[in-house]
Structures are given as C-alpha cells and as structure tokens.
Design a binder for this molecule. Structure first.
Ligand code: HEM
Ligand code: HEM
Length: 179
C-alpha cells in the first residue's frame, strides 16, 4: 500500500524542511535532496536510522519521533516531489567520473555504477536508490561510510567502495551530481 501524501506533507513541512527543503531539494551539501527518490528506499533508510543500523545522530533524533505510518507517508510525499537538476561544480573531473560510472574499472574491479543506479542515475524502485542531481559532498561521505562500514553497513556498496580511491570517489560524485 502507498503512503498518504497529504499527511506526509505536514511532517515534511514541519520537521524536515529546515534541512531537506520543503519540496525535498536541499541547499546545504551535507543534507541529501530527497525529491524524486524511491519511496521504499526513503522508508528503509528512516527505519535504519531509527534502529541505529545506519548511524547518524541528527537523523536518529528525527526518525525516533516517527511511527511506521509517518515514515511511509513522508517517504511517499518526498518521492512525489520534483528533483531540481544540478550542474557539476568541477567539470575537469567529469570524464574520469563518467568512465567509472558507466564502465567501472576492470583493473581495480570497481563495477559500473550504472548497472544498479541506471544510466540516467534514476536507480530502480524496489532496491536501488536514485543518485542523479544529488550533492557531490553527500555522495563522497556515503561512499566513505560504506567503505568504513561503521556508520553505514551494506555488503553490496561496501564491496564497491572498498575498491575506490579518494580520487575515484570525488570524480564519480561530481559526475553523479550533474546527472
Ligand atoms: C539523511 C529523511 C529531517 C539532516 C536523510 C535520509 C532520509 C532523511 C530518508 C537519507 C537519504 C538518503 O539515503 O539518500 C528525513 C525526514 C526528516 C528529516 C523524513 C523529517 C522527519 C532532517 C533534519 C535534518 C536532517 C531536520 C537537520 C537538522 C540529515 C542529514 C542526512 C540526512 C545530515 C545525511 C546523513 C548521512 O550523512 O548519512 N534524512 N530527514 N534531516 N538528514 Fe534527514
Ligand atoms: C547505495 C554510489 C555501484 C547497489 C548507494 C549510495 C551511493 C552509491 C552514493 C547511497 C545513496 C544515498 O545515500 O542516497 C554508487 C557508486 C557506484 C555504485 C558511485 C559505482 C562506483 C553500485 C552497484 C550496485 C549498487 C554496482 C549493485 C550491484 C546499491 C544499493 C544501495 C546503494 C543496493 C542502497 C544501500 C542501502 O540500502 O543502504 N550507491 N554505487 N551500487 N547502491 Fe550503489
């Protein structure tokens, strides 16, 4: 069943807007944009923050006050908002970032991100989050979190991130932010 968008909107405007934008387009690069993200993925992350499986002190506080129904509703609301297209900041990194995103690196065995996150960065609803037009700084932090495996545990993404250098992360994040 789908969440109730009207109920979700009330939560978004009263609680989440300060950091994620009322329409899910955030301004500060540490705060991810949520607009257009798959509802199932947003809901799963809220549950992971609440249980402490994904560790973030700010989002733990936010998720702790939400019921399962609230999470479903607010996830549905943000998933229906329109994500604003962004431009990459550092255009010099785009060729390397695009290469990694689309083809991976056979030498270091980084898989192509495109396989799971889609050529246009829109992901696939049931399992794979959309990445396109997300803040590059947020993307880099997530890749480092997956690599370290303390704040964010995911076996698929840990295996991807552990093969990436800092330069790989920066380049691919720039490319993704402009998708
Ligand atoms: C991350 C939802 C309120 C700051 C996230 C994520 C979701 C989310 C789903 C993960 C996004 C992803 O994986 O792509 C919400 C909802 C809120 C809310 C539904 C309101 C009920 C806030 C507020 C702040 C905040 C008020 C700031 C005070 C952050 C930050 C992250 C984050 C910094 C990134 C955490 C990290 O680096 O892993 N939020 N949020 N959020 N949110 Fe919120
Ligand atoms: C999540 C980047 C390759 C599957 C993520 C996130 C980022 C990311 C930044 C977190 C999104 C967010 O917080 O909003 C990348 C990059 C890749 C890559 C840069 C290539 C170098 C892949 C591949 C797969 C995959 C090949 C599938 C085999 C997933 C899954 C999640 C995820 C399942 C969600 C994890 C969770 O629930 O916490 N990816 N990814 N990714 N990615 Fe990737």
């Amino acid at each position: 069943t789908r969440g109730d968008v009207a109920k979700g909107k009330v939560i978004a405007e009263q609680v989440c807007a300060a950091c994620h934008g009322a329409d899910g387009n955030s301004v500060a690069s540490a705060n991810p944009s949520l607009a257009g993200q798959h509802a199932k993925y947003l809901e799963s992350q809220l549950k992971a923050f609440k249980s402490g499986e994904r560790k973030n002190p700010i989002m733990l506080g936010m998720a702790a006050s939400l019921s399962d129904a609230d999470m479903k509703n607010v996830a549905e609301y943000f998933s229906e908002q329109k994500l604003k297209a962004r431009q990459a900041n550092d255009k010099a990194l785009l060729p390397a970032g695009q290469k990694l995103y689309k083809a991976g690196n056979p030498v270091t065995r980084v898989p192509a991100c495109m396989a799971c996150h889609g050529a246009a960065g829109k992901g696939f609803p049931a399992q794979y989050p959309a990445l396109g037009s997300q803040h590059a700084a947020y993307i880099v932090k997530q890749l480092n979190d997956f690599k370290a495996g303390t704040d964010r545990k995911n076996s698929i993404m840990a295996d991807v991130a552990m093969r990436m250098s800092d330069a790989d992360m920066k380049a691919v994040a720039e490319y993704i932010s402009g998708l």
